[in-house]
Each structure stands twice: as structure tokens, then as C-alpha cells.
Design a protein around this ligand. Structure first.
Ligand code: HEM
Length: 493
């Protein structure tokens, strides 16, 4: 990421930026955006093969940073032909340019939730659900209000139901560990997350309904139909390329699974439908939205976040660090009469920092997109770039939140990074599609569940270290996030 000396040609182009398009005057050299898209069809396919197979994701982005000597450049993003009609994007890879994606006066967030393609609305009951709506669309505000209402109405159920569901999980993990010497974590996590959400948000225990224990499997299949085009399942390249990287999977194949989930939410989410009615949203539309928020946004998020926490905690300085964390958590809980409360959790600065650090190192949703609403000037640390109205901006978040010009030792897990003065860096933690120091509103696109996610992730760490002194884990890769096996657990002494 060396600084770039502008050519005289690109300096000259800075003079053509009219005040109307350039709201923030820049002292940086204006540079034309490097990179390119190649020939139609062949360029996107070549980038796709680099991304999935020849280079892999991080190398795809890093090698081009080095080639173009810029953290802003042009490239094609998967899937490309024949799923996305236009895969051309301007890639943003530093913590300075990335936040333009949060400014809804500058970027349009309509139908860009999954990137340069949008899954068929047949997968969501024929509706464009909230995640695909731009705040300028009237439904955006109404649907976001419905979700805020749900989160508020059910907030008192979060701590007890989390405790129940995750104690069940760890009882199971302990049994498997005793039997096999190691316990795979991910499937148990998915079950615990879904049970927790059913109980906390809807007062329903999924295993007692028609869904039984099948919720997580049904969701995972449906998720695959939504985001298969941008995943690699580890199948032979030729098979992936000729099937779900090139053509959308036919939605009728997942219709039955979706209907089972829909029936569960239709009969369970009563609390939401009253608010939906007040907002003028039909029960059907509200139900498809609640299903999406629970299964895609939340289940999909925690499927990644909790294994990621175990990965980083497991590899971080081991027993001594675990003891420090356990000590902080246990003394705050015992000062609150042995109860986990919101105010007790405010007395745990190391635990809070650990959660932010994991969300910084491994933002669970790695990609953000937005279309320029007008001609813009975007600044990286080294240069300013002119973007034309209608061009697609794309940020790969792990590079922005590991920007060496913002974070010291950016690639390392630094447990107390955000303690004390370190809190100043929270504005550069971006997992929620916005700075950690800002809040979701009905007029922005920041994650509606931001506070819930941070709170629940903190609960996970608290429950873990109330129950155990230390643990070890082995980590592999999986389609979404890491595959974790627990190899030892030492019960709290
Ligand atoms: C670990 C869990 C979660 C992660 C990592 C996550 C991440 C994100 C991200 C990155 C976005 C912005 C996507 C974009 O527009 O580019 C987003 C939006 C959204 N998230 Fe979350 N989320 C999580 C949990 C939740 C929860 C618990 C809810 C439940 C209410 C939720 C509801 C939403 C909604 C409705 C949007 C769209 C917001 C809007 O249209 O204004 N998410 N989330």
C-alpha cells in the first residue's frame, strides 16, 4: 500500500470535479481508478476462477492491491455470468474509503444485500424483504419498526433463554467429548441458536413443534439457495462452475422446506403481527420478513460468530488469558448476587473488548455493496477517486477492519485492544454495516439487530467462562466460517 504519485493526467482530471459532485474538497492526489473488467463474459469468468480456485478470496484482493498499488480498484465480483447481469464493481479495501457504503445519501442499497445478483423473490414468498430495501422505499421504515418492536418486546427473555439453550448445548458437548475425546461444535451450535431464538423471541420451543430438531437443516438448505452463487462448497471445480455458480438453483426444490419454516413463524410470531398491523403490513408479508430476519440475518450470523469466538479465544494465550477473563466475569456476576444482568455485564471491560476484537478480525458478513447515487469522489489513505453515478461500490470488510493505517498489529487477536483509551477505535469496527459507535435507525441500513448481537455475543463469553476455567479447540474450515472441534473443557473450579 505504498503512496502513489499521480500522473499529470489524473491530476488534471481533478479540476473537472464540479463542486456539485465533490462535496468534500480533497487535498489528496486525484487518481483514475486502476484495474479493469476485461472482455465481456471472459473477464468476469477469469476473475471468478481466480477468486474461488486459483487465488482464493484474500489473495484475490491482496494481489490486486499490490498490482495496482491501490486499495481502491476495479474488478469483477462473483457470481457473474449467467446469474448477475453486471458483475463490475469498484473494490474498497481500506478503512477510509469503506464507510462511504454506510452513507445512504451517496449510495443506493436497493437489491444489493447479496451483491451483484439478487436471489429470486420466490425464495421469500414473492416479497422483497427488508434487507433488500433502500431507506428511500416507504416499506423500509415500516418493516424496520416491526423488528425494533420485536427486539424490545422480548428483551427480558434473552438472558434466561440464552442460558437454557447454551447450557443444553454444553451438556451435549461434554458427553460427546467424554465418549469420543473430541466434540464437533457447529451442528450443536446451530441447534442451540435456533432453539434460543424460538424461545426468546416467540416463546416457542422448536423441538415441541412440527419442526422438531429440523429447523437448522431446513434453514441451511434455504440459505444455500440464496447465497450458493457466492460460496464454494468444496465440490470439484467443474461441477460448481457448471451448476450453482452459473445458474440459480430452482427455487421449487426448496419450497417444501421453506413452507415448514413459514408455518412455524406464522403460528408463533403473534407478538409481531400486532405491530405489523399498526404499520399497515399484512400478516403474510410480516411473516416472510420475520422468517428472513430470524433465519438469514440472525441464524446465519450466529452460525459464523460463535465458532469464530471459540476459534480466537481457543488460540489466544490459552489458560492464563482464560483465567483473567473468567476472573473478571465471575467477580462482576458475584457482585450482582450471582446473577447475569445487563449492569453486571457493563463491569466486564476485557470481555467486551474480546467481543469487539472478534467482530473486527472476522466480520461475519464480509461483503457490502452500494450503487453510487450520483457522481462522487472517494478517498483512500493515498488518493482520491472519481466515481460515476450508477457504478457499483463493493467493500471487502476484513481488509477495512484490518487496515494497518488504523490498527496496530492488525492481523493479531489483541484481547484488550478496545479497553480504556482503546474505545476510541470502536468507530472503525464495522461488522453491523456501520461504525460501532453509531446506531441503526429506520432511515439508515445499519443492522437492525446490532445491540442484540453484541449483547448475545457477550452472553456467550459470560456463560462460557462461568461454566469453564479453560478449554481447547481445533479449527478447520467450513462453507460458512470455521469448523470447530472442542478437544478439552475444564469445568469451573
Ligand atoms: C451475528 C449476527 C448478525 C450479523 C453479522 C449481521 C450483519 C448485518 C449486516 C452486515 C447488515 C447490512 C447488510 C447490507 O445492507 O449490506 C445487516 C442488515 C440487517 N440486519 Fe443484521 N446481522 C446480524 C444479526 C441480525 C439480527 C439479530 C437481526 C434481527 C433483527 C438483524 C436484522 C437485520 C436487518 C433487518 C438488516 C437490514 C437493515 C435495513 O434494511 O435497514 N441482523 N446485518
Amino acid at each position: 500500500m505504498s503512496s502513489h504519485q499521480p500522473s499529470s493526467q489524473s491530476t488534471a482530471s481533478s479540476m473537472q470535479v464540479s463542486p456539485a459532485t465533490n462535496s468534500s474538497s480533497t487535498n489528496l492526489p486525484v487518481r483514475s481508478i486502476p484495474g479493469g473488467y476485461g472482455r465481456p463474459f471472459f473477464g468476469p469468468i477469469s476473475d471468478r476462477l481466480d477468486y474461488f480456485y486459483k487465488q482464493g478470496r484474500d489473495e484475490f484482493f491482496q494481489s490486486r492491491v499490490e498490482k495496482y498499488k491501490s486499495t481502491v480498484y476495479r474488478a469483477n465480483m462473483p457470481p457473474g455470468p449467467f446469474i448477475a447481469s453486471d458483475p463490475r464493481v469498484i473494490v474498497l479495501l481500506d478503512g477510509k474509503s469503506f464507510p462511504v457504503l454506510f452513507d445512504v445519501t451517496k449510495v443506493e442499497k436497493k437489491d444489493v444485500f447479496t451483491g451483484t445478483y439478487m436471489p429470486s423473490t420466490k425464495l421469500t414468498g414473492g416479497y422483497r424483504v427488508l434487507s433488500y430495501l433502500d431507506p428511500s422505499e416507504p416499506k423500509h421504515e415500516k418493516l424496520k419498526r416491526v423488528l425494533f418492536y420485536l427486539l424490545k418486546a422480548r428483551r427480558d427473555h434473552v438472558i434466561p433463554e440464552f442460558s437454557t439453550s447454551f447450557n443444553e448445548l454444553f451438556n451435549g458437548v461434554e458427553k460427546e467429548l467424554a465418549k469420543n475425546g473430541s466434540a464437533s461444535y457447529n451442528d450443536a451450535n446451530d441447534q442451540a441458536v435456533f432453539n434460543f431464538l424460538g424461545r426468546a423471541w416467540f416463546g416457542k420451543n422448536p423441538p415441541d413443534t412440527k419442526l422438531g430438531n429440523n429447523g437448522p437443516k431446513l434453514i441451511s438448505l434455504w440459505l444455500l439457495f440464496n447465497i450458493g452463487p457466492i460460496l464454494s462448497l468444496g465440490l470439484p471445480k467443474i461441477i460448481e462452475e457448471l451448476t450453482f455458480h452459473s445458474f440459480p438453483l430452482p427455487s421449487f426444490l426448496v419450497k417444501g422446506s421453506y413452507q415448514k419454516l413459514y408455518d412455524f413463524f406464522y403460528s408463533s410470531a403473534g407478538v409481531v403481527y400486532e405491530e405489523a398491523e399498526r404499520q399497515g403490513i399484512s400478516k403474510e408479508e410480516a411473516c416472510h420478513n420475520i422468517l428472513f430476519a430470524t433465519c438469514f440475518n440472525t441464524f446465519g450470523g450466529f452460525k459464523i460468530v460463535f465458532p469464530s469466538l471459540l476459534t480466537h479465544l481457543g488460540s489466544a494465550a490459552g489458560e492464563k488469558f482464560h483465567a483473567q477473563l473468567a476472573q473478571e466475569i465471575r467477580s462482576a456476576v458475584s457482585a450482582s448476587n450471582g446473577k447475569i444482568t445487563m449492569s453486571a455485564m457493563e463491569q466486564m471491560p476485557l470481555m467486551q473488548s474480546v467481543v469487539y476484537e472478534v467482530l473486527r478480525l472476522e466480520p461475519p458478513v464480509m461483503f457490502q455493496y452500494g450503487k453510487a447515487k450520483r457522481d462522487l469522489v472517494i478517498e483512500s489513505h493515498d488518493a482520491a477517486f472519481e466515481v460515476k453515478k450508477g457504478e457499483m461500490l463493493f467493500g471487502y470488510q476484513p481488509f477495512a477492519t484490518k487496515d494497518p493505517k488504523i490498527f496496530d498489529r492488525p492481523e493479531e487477536f489483541v484481547a484488550d485492544r478496545f479497553v480504556g483509551e482503546g474505545a476510541k477505535l470502536l468507530k472503525h469496527v464495522l461488522w453491523s454495516n456501520g461504525p460501532e459507535t453509531e446506531s441503526p435507525t429506520v432511515s439508515n441500513k445499519q443492522c437492525a439487530g446490532k445491540d442484540f448481537v453484541v449483547f448475545t455475543t457477550r452472553l456467550f463469553v459470560v456463560e462460557l467462562f462461568l461454566r469453564y476455567d479453560t478449554f481447547t479447540a481445533e479449527v478447520g474450515t467450513s462453507v460458512l466460517g470455521s469448523a470447530v472441534s472442542i478437544t478439552s473443557l475444564k469445568r469451573a473450579s
